[in-house]
Design a protein around this ligand. Sequence first.
Ligand code: NAD
Length: 128
Amino acid sequence: MASESKKVAVIGTGVIGNGWITRFLANGFDVVAFDPAEGAAERTRDTVERAWESVKALGLKEGASKDRLTFVSTLEEAVQDADLIQENVPERVELKQSVLRDIDISSKSDAVIGSSTSGIKRLYFKKH
Ligand SMILES: NC(=O)c1ccc[n+]([C@@H]2O[C@H](COP(=O)([O-])OP(=O)(O)OC[C@H]3O[C@@H](n4cnc5c(N)ncnc54)[C@H](O)[C@@H]3O)[C@@H](O)[C@H]2O)c1
């Protein structure tokens, strides 16, 4: 996916979500993030700030900037214009199903949706 004009949404900004955000920013994407936890935006900005010298050393894509990160207050707002959506909520089946369903409802029909699920063998959710 070429980075110019493509938008990425990251849902859940804990350990893995913040890792994705850092990589997407380093690759020159606009990133919109959502996480309902108090202080999540500050924690993400701190994480990106601390990692930035290292990702710079690995090589930034043209236009890459920490400033291309936006935090929003609803999942719907985060995903509505996104071309790629990366889900990273805690590893609980019901939560994953609910969040993936909400992403599916609010995103563009041709958006690519990725999940950081690592241990759940089958993850069914009804398409809207
Ligand atoms: N930590 C690892 O080493 C690792 C490695 C590979 C895969 N994973 C997978 O990545 C996923 C996330 O793991 P993690 O370690 O980053 O967890 P984490 O607990 O660090 O982060 C999860 C985040 O999701 C947020 N969240 C909770 N409910 C939400 C909701 N409804 N909408 C949006 N955000 C919500 C939480 O506030 C939290 O910030 C899990 O599926 C996990 O299995 C983790």
